[in-house]
Design a protein around this ligand. Structure first.
Ligand code: ADP
Length: 428
């Protein structure tokens, strides 16, 4: 038996507009199925009768608009039903976005009118930003749109591993278990789970991503009309707030959804009132959102990297490759003093240029480092290029000058240049 909530097979009756909030046991998965009625998980409808299996520790809710009976099998940390949710207000936002998409679709050749909504979801950590983004995307996809999901949360992003910002079109409602399919997202590597480690680089990457999306939208009326849903990080004070404004600007967001913070809402409303085409909307945070401690976030980052190499259900077969030191060309962005102290005027501190590219030699501290493989053809394109994927250094042999690394597959890497940050992963 497992500590926590009940276990074994049981049924739960959900009244209309109610949700069943679940934290799966940390030790074992939970099976769940819909017996009667209709229900959805974060915007994605679940099929009747079919058992779904949720991994240990997952926190989610099954919501029903018209009532449902749910059957569960397995242990939970907690499960309870709630009749107070902000779902009506969320679906009302969806309806407004839908109207804008239809309007955009009706004038595909007009450069302004053909722009669908660009929604940015902001708020403190654990206010339900990722969850709301997901619902808006899944509801839109259900109606046949292919909105672009942009995830700027480099700590807990849901498109790829931590330390990155990324974008991908969402063509189907997001699978409640599998999450977002990892087919060819557009990914930029920052290299740190916290943008504070290099704020300028974060801004540069957001700008690069925005430019590429702008180009894609220009050539594709369908995705232009469907628009974007942009998820952001929970850092909303000081520099974090500056970064939010920068992202709103760079991605030309025209709907700002503020979750669960009055102060942030009034600040944004005030600063954005000079832009008449930007709507700032305050939304209530769901009582179901679970607060995650620092250690839980760290663990989640670890699992995201593991999932990248091994798959959610351990169903991928990553490959351990060996290379000579000379075969790998590794770069770091920023850091390192620019000029020796002796070369500076007396009293001046050597400033590290945050977007300077530094070629680095292989050293012990690279053990377990997670590196990105850049699409750049030349070193000076590294910062402005997106990345193909990641490798993790597992062994360094200084005598034989050989390096062993884990990669998603065997064979040659998709690019010559590798980027290193502070991201590391230790297989456990
Ligand atoms: P943020 O993106 O603002 O940090 P998330 O959307 O990731 O917040 O939500 C935090 C956690 O709460 C996630 O594990 C999410 O699955 C969970 N969660 C969100 N809404 C609900 C809900 N209504 N019921 C149960 N769990 C929820």
């Amino acid at each position: 038996a497992v500590a926590g909530g009940p276990s074994g097979i049981r049924q739960v009756k959900l009244e209309r507009e109610c949700e069943l909030r679940i934290e799966v046991s940390p030790d074992s998965p939970l099976r769940l199925r819909l017996l009667t009625g209709t229900a959805e998980i974060f915007g994605t409808e679940i099929a009747p009768e079919i058992w779904l299996s949720f991994p240990p520790g997952l926190k989610f809710a099954v919501f029903s608009w018209y009532g449902a009976t749910i059957e569960m099998d397995g242990a939970t940390e907690t499960d309870y039903t709630a009749d107070e949710t902000p779902m009506i207000s969320y679906v009302n936002v969806h309806a407004v976005l839908e109207g804008r998409r239809n309007r955009a679709k009706a004038s595909p050749t007009d450069s302004d009118l053909s722009e669908g909504p660009r929604v940015i979801v902001v708020g403190p950590t654990d206010s339900g930003k990722s969850t709301l983004s997901r619902m808006l995307l899944s509801w839109a996809a259900k109606q046949g749109w292919k909105p672009t999901f942009v995830d700027l949360d480099i700590g807990q992003g849901s498109i790829t591993i931590p330390g990155c910002i990324a974008a991908t079109p969402i063509e189907l409602p997001i699978d409640p278990v599998e999450g977002i399919p990892l087919e060819m997202p557009l990914v930029y590597f920052h290299g740190h789970p916290n943008p504070g480690a290099n704020v300028d680089l974060y801004k540069v990457l957001v700008k690069e991503l925005a430019q590429i999306l702008e180009r894609q939208f220009a050539g594709n009326a369908e995705s232009r009309a469907a628009g974007m849903v942009i998820n952001t990080m929970g850092w909303i004070e000081g520099v974090g707030y500056e970064l939010l404004l920068h992202s709103i600007d760079a991605l030309k967001a025209n709907v700002v959804l503020v979750l669960g913070q009055e102060k942030l809402f009034s600040m944004l409303k005030d600063v954005l009132k000079s832009k008449p085409n930007v709507d700032v909307v305050k939304l209530q945070k769901s009582g179901g959102v679970v607060t995650r401690q620092g250690i839980v976030r760290k663990k989640a980052r670890h699992f995201r990297i593991k999932e990248y190499f091994y798959g959610l259900a351990n169903d991928f077969s990553p490959h351990s490759n060996t290379a000579n030191f000379g075969d790998l060309s590794i770069y770091r962005v920023g850091g390192g003093p620019q000029a020796p102290r002796s070369a500076l005027p007396i009293g001046a501190e050597p400033a590290a240029d945050p977007t300077r590219l530094v070629h680095v030699t292989i050293s012990k501290d690279m053990h377990h480092a997670v590196l990105a493989v850049s699409f750049a053809k030349e070193p000076d394109q590294i910062i402005s290029s997106n990345v193909a994927g990641f490798i993790c250094i597992t062994e360094i042999d200084f005598d034989r000058k050989k390096i062993t690394y884990l990669a998603p597959s065997a064979g040659e890497l998709p690019g010559r240049f590798l980027i290193i940050g502070s991201l590391a992963w230790l297989e456990t």
